[in-house]
Design a protein around this ligand. Structure first.
Ligand SMILES: C[S@@+](CC[C@H](N)C(=O)[O-])C[C@H]1O[C@@H](n2cnc3c(N)ncnc32)[C@H](O)[C@@H]1O
Length: 495
């Protein structure tokens, strides 16, 4: 497409971190299924096709006693990542340029293997090798994460890609033709009446494409290899390599058909005990486009009923804030995105209030249980069901690991060095909880960079006023505490 040059060397891929790929997420889902994954703070993680390490470097920084290995075919992104690692002085991560077809047992065994944005974008022999590698390198209790475009929803993406490929002519750099190709898709769709089903379906996906940058669209939609696979097809491939289906990295959202008892029962009647067939039927119902599938070795025995005792092995956390509800004893909890939940069960209220006080840290069960005494919430089957519902609604986060977050704001706050390095270069940083946060405002960016652990509030204000003499000191002073609290709540401030 761009001569012999590797397209990821020619056009930089966006630097993104994915919380669903974090070993904490993989371990949490494994524990919920009754498995015993390696502890996140002492594990080995491999990322296949790590590009410049935007996902792997913040993980390595946040989990210093674990070891991280990543490789990618594209040399230039790897060099940029190696430079970042050197500058941070990290000793627990190694990334290198290599073709997946040429790596193997010399890398050793891994507790977690991540391949995000890879399977659907590489030719068949590379896809084949990916699953062979997982089967060769995964530890007995290891978990692999593989994402891919799936059917039937992926067909919409395929259709848009076809139109875009039809429009581009290969005479100049493809990323420069993305805009023109998208215009053609819009033009063709606009020829149909508003509200037309085909138009609506295509425009919905088009909107998602247009939220991304031209280089991302160039790589993600116009890649030479583009493989959309059914869940059954993917799982057949995984099973041929001695791997079995654990679950998806994220719990399905609340409206998912899998939570409707009549649908579940019908699926069970059609395909008794066959999770693959049931998930496939659900995908047809969901019009699913993308999967983030977790796999483990075929000989591991797991449970699919979320055993209550597995919650005891997890930490709970919640970013929700509380307010008094209308009914006596009821409280309203609001997530940062604005979604609200009214709770009147004394146990749920006590739990949520305890988690609100602890945020951004989580609490283990030994810390939570005493606060639930006498509230009627305990970890029997019905308590576990309630917790699961709150987790599905995202009011409760489940974790298998405790990041190095302080209990309260330190006197001299220090934002993680990895995030300061990113904010300095690209104005977006990854928190210790592995979420990406964009900081567009110049004052906020400068303030963030001052959080290196050497300054108390007075010194912070002094330094900021020196940087922005045109802004009245009083105004800067008013913003200081809310900004600190924001960075603390986001999970940037280290213990
Ligand atoms: C769509 S990007 C995804 C990058 C990253 N995993 C992410 O999700 O942000 C695909 C990556 O696969 C890499 N890649 C393609 N073929 C490869 C191969 N045979 N061996 C190793 N990496 C490869 C590319 O260089 C590119 O960085």
């Amino acid at each position: 497409m761009q001569g012999a040059q590797n397209p990821y060397d020619a056009v930089a891929y966006p630097r993104l971190a994915f919380s669903d790929t974090h070993p904490d997420r993989l371990a949490t889902m494994a524990i919920l299924h009754g498995l015993s994954p390696a502890p996140v703070d002492r594990c080995r993680v491999l990322e296949v096709a790590c590009n410049e390490g935007a996902n792997l470097i913040p993980m390595a920084y946040a989990i210093p006693a674990s070891e991280f290995v990543g490789f990618d075919l594209a040399r230039l992104p790897i060099e940029r990542g190696q430079e970042r690692i050197r500058a941070l002085g990290l000793k627990n991560i190694r990334i290198f340029a290599a073709d997946l077809l040429e790596v193997g047992a010399e890398l050793g065994e891994f507790d977690y293997i991540i391949a995000h944005g890879f399977y659907s974008w590489v030719p068949a022999p590379v896809r084949e090798r990916l699953l062979v590698l997982c089967s060769e390198l995964l530890a007995p209790n290891g978990i692999a994460f593989v994402s891919y475009n799936t059917l039937p929803g992926g067909l919409v993406r395929d259709a848009i890609r076809e139109i875009m490929l039809y429009r581009i002519d290969g005479t100049e750099h493809l990323e420069k033709q993305v805009g023109g190709a998208l215009e053609l898709v819009h033009f063709l769709l606009a020829s149909r009446s508003e509200g037309d089903a085909y138009r609506r379906l295509m425009e919905e996906h088009l909107k998602k494409i247009e939220e991304r940058t031209a280089p991302a669209t160039f790589h993600d939609e116009l890649s030479e290899a583009f493989h959309t696979v059914s869940f059954t097809g993917f799982m057949r491939h995984a099973q041929q390599n001695g791997l079995q289906y654990l679950c998806e990295a994220a719990l399905p959202p609340p409206p998912d058909p899998c939570y409707r008892q009549e649908i579940r029962s019908a699926m069970e009647a059609m395909a008794p005990g066959n999770i693959i067939a049931q998930e496939q039927m659900l995908d047809f119902a969901r019009a699913r486009k993308f999967r983030e599938t977790l796999l483990c070795r075929a000989d591991r025995e797991m449970r699919r009923d979320y055993p209550p005792e597995s919650f005891r092995r997890l930490q709970l956390a919640s970013p929700a804030t509380s307010a008094q509800g209308d009914a006596p004893g009821a409280m309203i909890f609001t997530l940062p995105g604005g979604i609200k939940m009214e709770a009147n069960h004394p146990g749920a209220v006590a739990l949520m209030l305890a988690l609100e006080r602890a945020w951004p840290r989580g609490l283990g069960f030994e810390e939570i249980e005493p606060r639930l005494a006498g509230t009627g919430l305990s970890l029997d089957a019905s308590g576990a069901t309630m917790l699961m519902r709150m987790a599905v609604a995202k009011f409760v986060e489940l974790h298998a690991w405790r990041p190095r977050l302080p209990a309260g704001m330190p006197e001299r706050p220090r934002a993680s060095a990895a995030s300061r390095q990113e904010i300095r270069a690209h104005s977006q940083g990854v928190t210790l909880l592995h979420s990406m946060v964009k900081l567009d405002d110049a004052v906020a960016q400068k303030f963030f960079l001052l959080l290196d652990g050497t300054r108390d509030r007075g010194a912070l204000l002094e330094a900021l006023a020196g940087e922005f003499p045109e802004i009245p000191r009083e105004e800067l002073g008013k913003q200081l505490e809310p900004s600190l609290q924001y960075f603390y709540g986001a999970g940037f401030i280290e213990a």
